[in-house]
Structures are given as C-alpha cells and as structure tokens.
Design a protein around this ligand. Structure first.
Ligand code: ATP
Length: 242
C-alpha cells in the first residue's frame, strides 16, 4: 500500500501477538512499488513497479514540536544536495516538491504520530520517479521528471547516500531547527523572483513575487512592491508559477 501508512501503523501498536511489534528506533521501509502512495490532503502519489524509489523513514523526534512544520524543507535540502552528488541538478518548490527541468521529480510527505509512551514520531515519506510509464503520465496530466538515466546499481547507492544525508540532517534539525537550512533552501528555490499564485482548493488566495523562505519555513511573497512581504504558512494550499 503506502510505506508511510505501514510505518504509522507500527507506531501506535502495543505489540499484541497478531501485530508486528511497535517501533522503538529509527526505521526505514522501502517499497519496490506502492499501490496506495499518498500525497498531501488525501491526494495520490502514483508509481509503477520498479519505476520509482519509494520509501519512508520513521524517526522518533527529539526536537521542539512547533519546529516540525519546517521539516519538509530540511528534507528537501537533503534530497537536492544528495542528487547533486549524482550529477542531477534539481530545484525546490515550496513547501514539499523537488523539480527537475521545471517538472516534479520527487515528493515528500511528512506525517506524525504519538506512540503509547507519548513519544512523537515523524514519518518521512519520499517518492522519486525513476521512470514514468505512459499510463501514469496520462493520469497525472502534466509533465513529470524522472531519473531514468541513473543505472540500477546507482539507485541503491542513491538510497544509501540519501539515508545517511537524511539521518545527518534530522539530527541537525532536532538540535538547531531550520536555521541552518534556510540559506541552502533559498539557493535551491525553483521560483525565486518569479510571479506565483497561492491556491486554496483551486481558489487564488495571493499572487506575488516569491522571495524565499523565512527562518521558520514560511514562504515570503511580495504582493505589492511598496509593502513588506507577507509570510505564507504551508497548510493545504498549492503554489503555481504564473
Ligand atoms: P501540486 O503538485 O499540485 O502543487 P502538491 O505539491 O500539494 O500539489 P502533493 O500532495 O505533494 O502535491 O502530491 C500529490 C500530487 O502530485 C498529485 O495530486 C499529482 O498531481 C502529483 N503526482 C502524483 N504522482 C506523481 C508522480 N509519480 N510524479 C510526479 N507527480 C505526481
């Protein structure tokens, strides 16, 4: 089904005989394919067998909880910096997408849950397109990017390097929050200086020039050249470039 859903189900469980035991430490779940991959707000993340790198990392979170809203941004930086090491240049679309040549290459979905002991876990789901079968392209109905040129053995290596980068970034994020990622995110920002619209269920909420993120991960938008930028929180809103 969904690697996020499977890990979330292992966080609340108390370990009844018929259930797999509850997680006690960071855990990675990798799927060859997903039949019920998830995006934000119930949207679907589509993939086909061997056509994507899909995995989730369950992480017992030690940092301050109010900081968790910035986590998708720190994860995006880990993905982009890791891909750069493989010769793949990507840009970041606020709040949770990774673009290549302007189209979506990868998505991040972070969900949280509390264990029976009251420990908060972040489940970080990542889907990276390796190849895009035609039927998936048609279902999504817009251009999507992939890593087709990456040799099969490099995909395993990519997963390994990404895991080590994520682990490193998670530890840094728990300790210092988003601060150390802000400049790195802004350097990778796909729409810096471009006119974008912020949509809520298809309805335009704001239009302006995208500047970058602030220290808590809000998107700064210059809606009027004479006033101070407004700061947008990532809720269930979407961003489109104009
Ligand atoms: P949007 O991409 O519309 O701005 P979003 O970033 O909020 O929305 P998510 O909820 O993160 O999107 O991801 C789900 C969306 O991603 C789907 O609605 C679909 O448009 C798109 N999508 C689904 N599968 C893939 C895929 N394999 N590759 C690229 N895009 C996909």
């Amino acid at each position: 089904g969904s690697t996020n859903a499977d890990l979330l189900a292992r966080i609340g469980t108390v370990g009844a005989d018929s259930m797999p035991p509850a997680l006690t430490r960071p855990t990675l779940l990798v799927a060859e394919t997903q039949t019920a991959g998830r995006g934000r707000a119930g949207r679907a993340w589509l993939s086909a067998p061997s056509a994507a790198l899909t995995f989730s990392l369950a992480w017992p979170f030690e940092g301050p909880l109010q900081g968790l809203v910035g986590l998708p941004l720190a994860v995006g930086v880990a993905i982009a910096e890791t891909l750069a090491g493989f010769g793949v240049d990507v840009q970041l679309k606020w709040p949770n997408d990774i673009l290549r040549f302007g189209s979506k290459l990868a998505g991040v979905l972070i969900e949280t849950a509390s264990s029976a002991q009251g420990k908060v876990w972040a489940v970080i789901g990542i889907g990276i397109n390796i190849a895009i079968p035609d039927e998936i392209r048609q279902q999504i109905g817009r251009d999507i990017a992939n890593l087709q040129a990456l040799a099969a053995q490099d995909r395993d290596l990519l997963l390994g390097v990404l895991l080590s980068s994520l682990t490193h970034n998670m530890q840094q994020f728990e300790r210092d929050g988003l601060a150390v990622f802000v400049e790195r995110w802004n350097r990778l920002h796909a729409y810096a200086g471009q006119t974008v619209v912020i949509l809520d269920h298809g309805k335009v909420l704001h239009e302006g020039t995208a500047l970058g993120i602030d220290r808590i991960g809000r998107l700064l938008l210059q809606t009027d050249k004479d006033s101070t930028p407004i700061a947008i929180m990532a809720g269930d809103i979407s961003l489109r470039v104009k």
